[in-house]
Write a protein that binds this ligand. Structure first.
Ligand code: AMP
Length: 191
């Protein structure tokens, strides 16, 4: 369930966490492209890790090509490995921690597309900050094949064991369509 607290500011910038893999399912690359286009269509800025590979590259290129605003945040040591996307504004930083902090500060909400360990790490850190009441920004996991179902099962497992409060499930949404994702963020398509 989306957090509809009045403390939540208007959502203008969305941080996208997603995989850097080139060899994952084409459907995931295609979802990333459509999601980038959807961000641009809604006038939302995309904040992301700054690379041009994998889902992140496809999402950023699609948002940019559709006229959307994009901000990349790239650690210098990954510049070659993740191939910084020069066509969009980006900030170069020294560490992964700096990258994550800037991505967090520049965003009003987080959307997590299919990804691997790096994506999980970023998403879980953001959720753990929510758990510590350091923010109230919405976090939505998005796939079209319920890719994130095992992750939600794991969260529920920790709730069942009373290691996470049941109320925490309100802080995180599992969306299985782009429309459901935006509905969870309570975003209207501009007229
Ligand atoms: P992956 O899901 O493993 O393909 O990683 C997706 C993105 O997460 C890549 O851009 C990685 O550089 C990034 N990433 C991995 N670990 C971290 C971390 N500890 N802090 C920030 N970004 C990370």
């Amino acid at each position: 369930m989306a957090d509809s607290s009045p403390l939540q500011p208007p959502i203008r910038s969305i941080c996208v966490y997603c995989g850097s893999s080139e060899s994952t399912l084409p459907a995931y690359h295609e979802l990333a492209t459509r999601f980038g286009e959807a961000l641009a269509a809604r006038g939302l800025r995309m904040v992301y890790g700054g690379g041009s590979i994998g889902l992140m590259g496809r999402c950023a290129k699609a948002a940019h090509a559709a006229g959307g605003e994009v901000l990349g945040v790239m650690p210098r040591f990954l510049e070659r490995r993740e191939i910084v996307l020069d066509s969009v504004p980006h900030r170069m930083v020294d560490t992964m921690h700096e990258r994550k902090m800037i991505m967090f500060e520049e965003s009003d909400a987080f959307v997590v597309l299919p990804g691997g360990i790096g994506t999980l790490e970023e998403a879980v850190e953001t959720l753990s900050w929510r758990r510590l009441d350091l923010h109230r920004k919405p976090v939505v996991f998005l796939s079209e094949d319920d890719f994130w179902a095992p992750f939600f099962t794991l969260i529920q497992h920790t709730i069942d064991a009373k290691l996470t409060p049941a109320s925490f499930s309100d802080a995180v949404v599992n969306a299985t369509s782009i429309e459901a994702c935006f509905a969870a963020l309570d975003l209207k398509v501009p007229a």
